[in-house]
Design a protein around this ligand. Structure first.
Ligand SMILES: *[C@@H]1O[C@H](CO)[C@@H](O)[C@H](O)[C@H]1NC(C)=O
Ligand SMILES: *[C@@H]1O[C@H](CO)[C@@H](O)[C@H](O)[C@H]1NC(C)=O
Ligand SMILES: *[C@@H]1O[C@H](CO)[C@@H](O)[C@H](O)[C@H]1NC(C)=O
Ligand SMILES: *[C@@H]1O[C@H](CO)[C@@H](O)[C@H](O)[C@H]1NC(C)=O
Length: 182
């Protein structure tokens, strides 16, 4: 199939996500990233793009497996019940520890999970971008926190950091996090 034909097929699908012409931006990532300090539970505060899925109160829990890979346990509340999805993260290049790859099935390749900035105890700013044919790209971003809410000035700070890196956050939306103990 010719690349142009493929492009025509893909554009309608991807434009529903956050599709942009040109190649992925190349933001700076967290220097001297410490995976051990990063492990544990994170709450999703905002994400790009908006998700129309029913899930609320989205959380992730990262832990180390014996084989050295990272267990990614994502969960969300649907119809009053917390549902879990397990995946795997790896650090493909040890010299770039803040650039992780995450996959949720044997059949899908590792998607990028770049930690742009975290202070480990309060917030993390995560970015994922994939180039298609070097002609366009689609991306995702997440602001996560150790608590179910983050002070508005911190959210503002995180969005500014994304914007400063050339990332369009206009489709970013807050995640509902008020599910009590579910
Ligand atoms: C990263 O580690 C190097 C070497 O230990 C150090 O020189 C540098 O200041 C550190 N950078 C940050 C942002 O902590
Ligand atoms: C995260 O997962 C680890 C490993 O399964 C578990 O020991 C820990 O209790 C979990 N933490 C939270 C806050 O759920
Ligand atoms: C993490 O960020 C919070 C909010 O900006 C700040 O209060 C705290 O001191 C920071 N912690 C570290 C270890 O940098
Ligand atoms: C950052 O995290 C620390 C440790 O959990 C907490 O004591 C502090 O209140 C947090 N700061 C903010 C601004 O959320």
């Amino acid at each position: 199939m010719s690349p142009v034909y493929l492009l025509v097929l893909l554009v309608p699908v991807i434009s529903a996500q956050t599709f942009h012409w040109g190649r992925c931006p190349t933001p700076k990532v967290q220097a001297n990233f410490s995976l051990s300090q990063y492990l544990g539970k994170w709450y999703e505060i905002e994400k790009l793009p908006a998700s129309f899925a029913r899930g609320q109160c989205i959380q992730a829990n990262y832990s180390l497996r014996k084989d050295g890979t990272i267990r990614v346990l994502n969960s969300q509340v649907e119809d009053g019940v917390r549902k879990f999805l397990e995946g795997t993260a790896v650090v493909p290049h040890p010299q770039e520890p803040a650039k992780l790859g995450v996959s949720f099935s044997y059949f899908t390749p590792y998607g990028p999970y770049w930690v742009l900035e975290t202070n480990y105890t309060n917030y993390t700013i995560v970015y994922s971008c994939t180039d298609i044919l070097r002609i366009f790209h689609f991306n995702y971003a997440w602001i996560l926190a150790r608590l179910p809410s983050l002070p508005p000035e911190m959210v503002h700070y995180a969005k500014q950091l994304l914007t400063d890196n050339g990332i369009d956050i206009s489709k970013m939306t807050p995640t509902y996090q008020n599910c009590g103990d579910i």
